[in-house]
Design a protein around this ligand. Structure first.
Ligand SMILES: Nc1ncnc2c1ncn2[C@@H]1O[C@H](COP(=O)(O)OP(=O)(O)OP(=O)(O)O)[C@@H](O)[C@H]1O
Length: 227
């Protein structure tokens, strides 16, 4: 479902004398439907960079990335947008939303974009917000003023509202209390059980041990380090 083959990436720092940082080469991994794979490696090893290339925000310099048959590494922007709408979800660490859009709408939006009737989309959004303990009194408000943990849970609700076949998770349990952490782990287990292919960064070792079928250490993809 998610396939990376021999991916390489370097950054050119144009405002720092054109210094070239080679951060990755020969990066290969596969995530099958129903599988959860964790990216590991020390800070700066390249976990986020690989996730951003799979998400289509960073260009790959060499190699191929395919998600559900779409060649992300050479896709046109409209293909990336279509992939994100139907197939590839991403729960980042930060919520980015338009101001003044109510929380219920923020969470329902991925379903509305797929043509789901409004009542059905909002019912599903409400169910997830309730599971994640976001009180109903907040649903009509924009999440921009919410606490860090509340914003993270709105982000998670939005990422799980549609059963994406492939899902990228960036520290989904970070800074959550025990009850919400458990809810998020259940959501991830349910996504696996319905055949979702999940690739994530989990600094939470307990969550990683419970959820992940395999670990991929990106340190092996550093230029000059044998995989
Ligand atoms: N946009 C960018 N421009 C220049 N260098 C970048 C950029 N993004 C990442 N890098 C560099 O690439 C390397 C890998 O960074 P990355 O954020 O992928 O690491 P990470 O493993 O996710 O780290 P952490 O666990 O601290 O989040 C770092 O040396 C970083 O400075």
């Amino acid at each position: 479902m998610i396939i990376a083959e021999n991916v390489a990436k370097e950054f050119t720092l144009h405002n720092q004398g054109g210094t070239v940082l080679r951060v990755m080469e020969g990066a290969s991994l596969k995530v099958a439907p129903g599988e959860c794979v964790a990216l590991t490696g020390a800070s700066g090893a390249g976990k986020s960079t690989l996730m951003r290339m799979i998400w289509g925000n960073y260009r790959t310099d060499a190699g191929h990335i395919r998600v559900a048959g779409t060649e992300v590494s050479s896709a046109e922007p409209r293909q990336i947008i279509a992939l994100r709408r139907t197939t590839l979800g991403y729960v980042s660490q930060f919520l980015r939303v338009l101001p003044r859009v109510p929380t219920l709408r923020v969470v329902a939006e991925p379903l509305l974009a797929l043509g789901t009737p409004e009542a059905e989309a909002e019912a599903r959004a409400a169910e997830l917000l309730s599971r994640l303990r976001i009180g109903e009194s907040l649903w009509g408000l924009s999440p921009t003023t919410f606490s860090g943990g509340e914003q993270q849970r709105v982000n998670i609700a939005r990422g799980f509202v549609h059963p994406y076949p492939a899902l990228l998770l960036d520290e989904p349990t970070a800074s959550l209390d025990a009850a919400n952490r458990e809810t998020v782990m259940c959501l991830i287990e349910e996504a696996k059980a319905r055949g979702g292919a999940i690739l994530g960064i989990f600094h939470d070792e307990g969550a990683r041990a419970r959820l992940c079928d395999r670990l991929v250490d990106v340190t092996g993809f550093r230029p000059g380090v044998a995989a």
